[in-house]
Design a protein around this ligand. Sequence first.
Ligand SMILES: Nc1ncnc2c1ncn2[C@@H]1O[C@H](COP(=O)(O)OP(=O)(O)OP(=O)(O)O)[C@@H](O)[C@H]1O
Length: 165
Amino acid sequence: LGSRGCWSLSWPLVAKGRGRPGQVDDFADLCNLPVLNEDRILNNLRSRFYKKKIYTYAGSILIAINPFKFLPIYNPKYVKMYENHQLGKLEPHIFAIADVAYYAMLRKKINQCIVISGESGSGKTQSTNFLIHCLTALSQKGYASGVERTILGAGPVLEVRFRRV
Ligand SMILES: Nc1ncnc2c1ncn2[C@@H]1O[C@H](COP(=O)(O)OP(=O)(O)OP(=O)(O)O)[C@@H](O)[C@H]1O
């Protein structure tokens, strides 16, 4: 089990009354918050979400808030941008997690595991698809084959199987 992971939320972020008035925290990593309490964490996530920044780190863990709408941050340009970058150097992104796992696997020659957790509808399946998209792109360097489609096609079958166990 790797130490990195992805945690997704579908939380609506409507508790506007919370947090200090006028305070606009925008820390890409919650570990950098000057004061670490529930209000500051939620306020930080909320203010980033309103700026369409749906990803935030908590150390090497990625927190994803489901935007329930398409954001143009998953095209090949982003795969390239995050390739072989140290985590935390760029804006938090699911491709950064895929990239770290991929290059750790190559470097250490040990299988890597990304744990995705969240309530129903929070975006776990979508996040898995983004990870698979990035991992297949990294491993094939743009060479188009049916691998991504095959892996994605296996997803629903595995999901049914695991839900029954
Ligand atoms: N990053 C995202 N950008 C745009 N839409 C998203 C994103 N993440 C999730 N969604 C959308 O939110 C909806 C729910 O996501 P998804 O099916 O991945 O949730 P889930 O956590 O797998 O749910 P369940 O546990 O019930 O299977 C889907 O319509 C999906 O397209």
